[in-house]
Design a protein around this ligand. Sequence first.
Ligand code: F6P
Length: 550
Amino acid sequence: MFGAKKEVNKSRAWKRLENHYKSLRKLEMRDMFKKDPQRAERYNVSLESMVLDYSKNRINERTMKYLLTLAKECKLDERIKEMFAGDKINITEHRAVLHTALRNRSNTPVYVDGKDVMPEINAVLAKVRKFSEAVRLGEFKGHTGKKLTNIVNIGIGGSDLGPKMATEALKKYWGKDIKCYFISNIDGTACCEVLNEVDPETTLFIVSSKTFTTIETLTNARTCRKWLVDALGEPAVAKHFVAVSTNTKEVEKFGINPENMFEFWDFVGGRYSMWSAIGLSIAIAIGMDNFEKMLDGAHTMDLHFKNTEFSKNIPVILGLLGVWYNNFFGLKNYAVIPYDQYLTYLPAYLQQLDMESNGKFVSNNNEYVKYGTAPVLFGGAGTDVQHSFFQMIHQGTSIVPCDFIIPAISHNEVGDHHEILVANVLAQGEALMRGKTVKEAAEELKKAGKSKEEIDFLKKFKSFRGNRPSNTFVIKKVDPYALGMLVAMYEHKVFVEGVIWNIDSFDQMGVELGKQMALSILPELQSNASGVAHDSSTSGLIKLVKSLRK
Ligand code: F6P
């Protein structure tokens, strides 16, 4: 179990990696490729049709050996078993962590407090199937008898980002008359913009909230409820509102019949919940068969993670590389760049997954950690981002390890778009790795007929240091199965890092302080009440906004 043990940065494996880093940091990847024609094969793992090429990393065999020893010293194998077995590895909240049970397609029993959770999970999945099919077939109709074709998910964080990312990723699989919308932000604009587009008679609202106490979600849900009742009357609520939550009491209090509620459980973290009924909007959009294919893909990744030796285990390798760059190279940024328009929201989804899970400064030993934890994750779809932040990735003073994701086949094969897209992603990885020396830049300028003065002036500006790491993932196509694999892979990567850093990746106490303070500021904005004493900046800003709103 988790608990007191030597801090990882004091371990032998860590010290050995620190020493190893000192010699390895001088090595150039372009030289390593030149010396070792087998490098690409050596650092390559696959799972079914997904391939990870991690050869463009600043590693050699010794690095991987030492990192794997670190994983062993941190007892990663035991931690993996504990997670899958339903042990309470979320130590601050005393909870099991069982998003893997939600997609346990083998249906083997999984016990929490001596009770097999699979029958309940299967029952909710059956309910999701029944309801999503009824909506898609127009059997579950709106109050006025019309088919419900506008699906509006109201939720935030894990109750929004997963469904939003997955529905967008799988847009090609949407039922032909279905449209999905997402309202998350408390900013009234988010709500109004969606309500302006949809018709109350054909709109289904899914209020998704694990706790059903989140101010953004409840405020948005109340506004949408009022909009519906104003248009169709109170009895319409039963036909246009459903809830997904762990909190039946609050759902009822809100005015949604528990019969229209889809349950999930405390052992599912918000940011790990798209596999549960939180995925209801996904199931309605793409159909339950496709939703289950996504679960199948995730399960395949789960089995791979659970059963594959670490040297060939994709999430383990990714997690260890994350630790390598973060803790030994001192790199605090990390970019994920999917080269597929449908995966546009993947980086935003991964931001919560990675940064809410591992952005922690207290270890499981109840001590402040003395090493870096979650990096700043950012990203966006290629090639768009090549024209925004890639300048910094290539020539900036910080090195940013990148994950590139590319499907071999596009859902929209038009002209030579896809080949150009693929050429770009491959070029970025190669350019980051190789770079261009000042000498090479000078030669190029010479060939272009530049004068000596121009060459001398420009050659540094035109050079690229290179030696910048990236992973390349190739998948066949962005389909439900591949998406399931990809997302589960990142979940486990984050878990691996959390185990090495000896932190609880499954709570999120860091979001509480801001929420608490907002609650104390709100009455001051709404009336003349003066709440708690603020600093002069905050008090001044409250006064300013109030005067501008007069
Ligand atoms: O931001 C904190 C958080 O608790 C996330 O972890 C969660 O995904 C989100 O708020 C929404 O919470 P809920 O699903 O309970 O509304």
